[in-house]
Write a protein that binds this ligand. Sequence first.
Ligand code: SAH
Length: 194
Amino acid sequence: MAAFFNDAYRGNPPWDIGRPQPEFVRLANEGLIRGKVLDVGCGTGEHAILFAGMGLSALGIDAAPLAIQKAKRKASERGSGATFVVGDALMLGELKKRFDTITDSGLFHVFSDSERPIFAKSLGSAMRKGGTYFMLCFSEKEPGGWGGPRRVSRAEIRATFGEGWRTDWIKEASFATRFHEDGGRAWLSSITRI
Ligand code: SAH
């Protein structure tokens, strides 16, 4: 999986739109992104750079070294204080840090059924109590014809974040890509560590 993504970053992958997802810009403008922020599966860094630009401490983590290389270059070109590290989202405890907000644009829908509970545990090990995980993933309402990542249902999201979590809301949202005019159909979730 890591090799698949790393190779994708040799070119311009469809999700790498050169700006943050509008859904995360909206959350940031609403003041919902706060404190120390971790962006998991950060790709080339647009979200961490957005949050750092608002004066937040922002770290991006991604398993693809090429994505992190591109993110670091972007941050330095734009004078951003966002930091980036190569690492596995399934082992976030290794960071030995706790975050107030964790954001995920397009990572959750990559995981297999068996990885989902491991990911939830990993997130829990890097999140302060009362901290919130905001996640954007493709929904089952997005037609399958063009391929793309796994589609995810609301029930699957709720089932992954059971004990130790509270699902605040899961809203209809859109996921911008290089080939969707108005974005693909997605869910935006707010899930709090309790
Ligand atoms: N958030 C970025 C990238 C989304 S694509 C954006 O919005 O553009 C999904 C990303 O998750 C890829 O960059 C991929 O390398 C990363 N990824 C996949 N599995 C991972 C894992 N186990 N740990 C960390 N990153 C992972």
